[in-house]
Design a protein around this ligand. Structure first.
Ligand code: GAP
Length: 445
């Protein structure tokens, strides 16, 4: 337990110090469970999103992209069941005023406050709707209530035929979207693991009834493999099949991909066979026919949906936790992030060995050249070992050093963050050398 807290504390502190993630509104004391991504964090997050988009949209012919609005017609959330059912049971401690999710209280400790320990101090459980409400227009009255979407999925469902027709797709096909979602979580926590504002990366795949379980299995495999490319160790991932109690009543099958976080195995992504529930409900509430007519087989049906729903912030946190390591090199401790080059915020650090003899000029030229292709960082401050360490901590996979020999034969050394091997490479071969190394990268277990 102490080790767990230590690792999370160290990671939170590294994120702040190096500019991955800051507490929101920090000068005002912060806002509970809200975070801002700093210069390195925003690059990491963009890379994760690009990696997902490339796998789910760019390299496929059967998935189209969408960016739907956060505010939607309030009837959407009645149809989806969120107004009636998107609730958590909540209890309050009458003594210390702390608030908990009732399902997080252990049955053998019923009535006892987990914070102050007082017995019989908890209120009866009340259902609390997790959707954030706001008002559209200047008058704050019930008729103007709109909700901040609690998932991106509904924006996809209501657009299925717009997208299908515009992109000339046929079933089976999917729609992918990355965007913000909001949930008024009762107990947010574990840094960015559970927050009230977060981004989702969701894909809804529309299929013919009867073919749904085949597609479900296909997407399960696709999605778990995706994390391998992201550099997350497969030994830290597994599937968790929803128990009948966990599974939504309409779902024919539901699995989570779970990661072994320092605070236990927890959900990273959900893969659900949602049957024709969503489109049937929107059909009922909107009064619009949402069935699909297959003009080749002359069949009409309401499509089934296989959903893959990943949390972007949670994935970013996972890449950081999975990458975090401490080791000792030549008697000196170092903190290193073994981030995959594809998502590392900076791909290469460029260093002149000393700040004289023309080395900074050569190093700057290399730096400016590399920056045309990927984010690079120039550093001539302090001992070379310290400069390597700073890049290790930022997860930068390659360190390029201009030294005395460079001035003789136009070669530099390339240091590999993980193996620490240094290779001499001609300056004019440097870019393809790094690009090949990035493409061949494999995470060490
Ligand atoms: N459309 C289905 C859906 O939203 P979910 O299991 O509620 O399913 C999907 O959410 C993913 O979104 C989760 O696996 C998680 O990665 C992320 N997520 C959900 N709630 C979150 C929160 N409060 N903070 C951060 N990420 C969250």
């Amino acid at each position: 337990m102490a080790e767990t807290t230590k690792l999370m504390d160290k990671l939170v502190s590294l994120c702040k110090r190096r500019g991955f993630i800051f507490p929101s509104s920090e000068i005002y004391g912060g806002l509970n469970s809200c975070y801002d991504y700093g210069p390195l964090g925003v690059e990491l997050k963009r890379n994760v999103k690009d990696f997902w988009w490339k796998a789910m949209v760019q390299t496929r012919d059967d998935i189209e992209g969408l960016d739907a609005s956060i505010l939607m017609h309030p009837r959407v959330w009645e149809a989806s069941g969120h107004v009636a059912n998107f609730t958590d049971p909540m209890v309050d401690c009458k003594v210390c005023k702390a608030r908990f999710r009732a399902d997080e209280i252990k049955p053998e400790k019923a009535g006892q406050c987990p914070r102050c320990g007082n017995k019989d101090s908890l209120t009866e459980a009340r259902n609390f709707n997790l959707m954030f409400k706001t008002f559209m227009g200047p008058v704050e009255e019930a008729a103007n209530v709109v909700y901040m979407r609690p998932e991106t999925a509904q924006g996809i469902y209501v657009n299925v035929y717009n997208v299908m027709q515009a992109a000339r797709q046929r079933i089976p096909f999917g729609i992918a979207q990355i965007g913000k979602a909001f949930r008024n979580e009762i107990t947010p926590g574990n840094f960015t693991f559970r927050t009230r504002e977060f981004e989702q990366m969701e894909m809804q795949f529309f299929v013919k009834p009867g073919t749904d379980m085949e597609w479900f299995e296909y997407w399960k495999q696709q999605r778990i493999q995706w994390y391998d490319g992201l550099g997350i160790r497969q030994s830290k991932l597994h599937f968790h099949e929803h128990t009948p109690q966990e599974r939504a009543f309409y779902a024919a099958a539901a699995f989570d991909i779970e990661y072994e976080f320092p605070f236990g195995w927890k959900e990273l992504e959900g893969i659900h066979n949602r049957t024709n529930y969503d489109l049937s409900k929107h059909q009922e509430y909107s009064g619009k026919d949402l069935s699909y007519f297959d003009d080749q087989t002359r069949e009409r049906y309401v499509p089934y949906i296989i959903e893959t729903s990943a949390g972007c912030d949670r994935t970013v946190l996972t890449t950081l936790i999975d990458a975090y390591d401490e080791d000792v090199i030549e008697g000196e401790a170092r903190t290193v992030l073994h981030l995959a080059p594809a998502i590392a915020p900076i791909k290469a650090g460029v260093f002149p060995l000393v700040k004289k003899e023309g080395m900074p000029e050569v190093a700057k030229k290399i730096y400016h050249e590399l920056k045309k292709h990927f984010p690079a960082f120039y550093d001539d401050g302090g001992a070379i070992g310290r400069r390597y360490r700073r890049m290790d901590e930022a997860g930068t996979p390659y360190g390029i050093t201009v030294d005395g020999q460079t001035l003789q034969d136009q070669t530099v050394t390339v240091r590999d963050r993980d193996s620490l091997v240094q290779t001499r490479v001609a300056i004019d071969k440097l870019l393809p050398f790094i690009q090949e190394k990035m493409a061949a990268y494999k995470r060490m277990e």
